[in-house]
Design a protein. Structure first.
Length: 201
């Protein structure tokens, strides 16, 4: 049976670009169809694409990740999943940014094993520490914004005087529903959404 190459690509949000990681995977011979792409926080391993990967990858296959923090951002989780991949599933793991973690070649000496283990532990610690630092900065930024009276979350939609006038005319039976929708240039579902927003005007 021919062993397969797989890639796990993860970015923390939909705004981030995964192209660099995908390019690295392809450079190492990972077929594009075998690259699992996630746009989600790595704090948990209860992730849809990661679960698909675990269901797909087989003993003897190779998994590529660009760095340990692309696997996850949870110290205990990284160590646990690394053990699951390399010991239970018998998968070869290659970390592109840290070749010392390549599990295809067994350490020749106790010192090599120690260095490999310590590298994984250090990078797992750094992955969660960085995540905690990011969250703390975000929390501090939100606190400052709140103190300064800045609006947080999605910007409020400002309705025009025309929209308000047409809705009030419909509410007062001056015009019917079809006329109101035609004047606003919207469909029924959008109209009722607008009516709900402006209910108390």
């Amino acid at each position: 049976m021919t062993h397969q190459k797989y890639g796990l690509v993860r970015v923390s949000s939909k705004k981030q670009n995964e192209a660099r990681q995908v390019k690295e995977m392809i450079k190492f011979g990972v077929p594009k169809n075998n690259i699992f792409i996630e746009k989600v926080s790595g704090k948990t391993f209860n992730r849809k694409e990661y679960k698909k990967l675990l269901d797909t990858i087989k003993s003897g296959d190779t998994l590529y990740i660009c760095s340990v923090d692309r696997l996850g951002r949870n110290y205990d989780g990284i160590i646990s999943e690394w053990h699951r991949l390399t010991k239970k599933l018998n998968v070869i793991v290659k970390v592109i940014d840290n070749p010392i973690l390549n599990t295809e070649i067994a350490p020749k000496t106790l010192m090599e094993k120690y260095l490999q283990d310590m590298t994984l532990l250090t990078l797992a610690f750094q992955a969660e520490q960085d995540w905690q630092n990011i969250k703390e900065r975000q929390k501090a930024g939100l606190a400052v914004a709140k103190e300064e009276g800045k609006h947080l979350g999605r910007p409020k939609i400002v309705r025009t005087d025309k929209e308000i006038a047409i809705l009030q005319a419909w509410q007062n039976n001056v015009i019917n529903l079809d006329e109101a929708m035609q004047k606003l240039g919207i469909k029924k579902s959008a109209f009722y959404k607008l009516a709900n927003e402006l209910r108390n005007i």
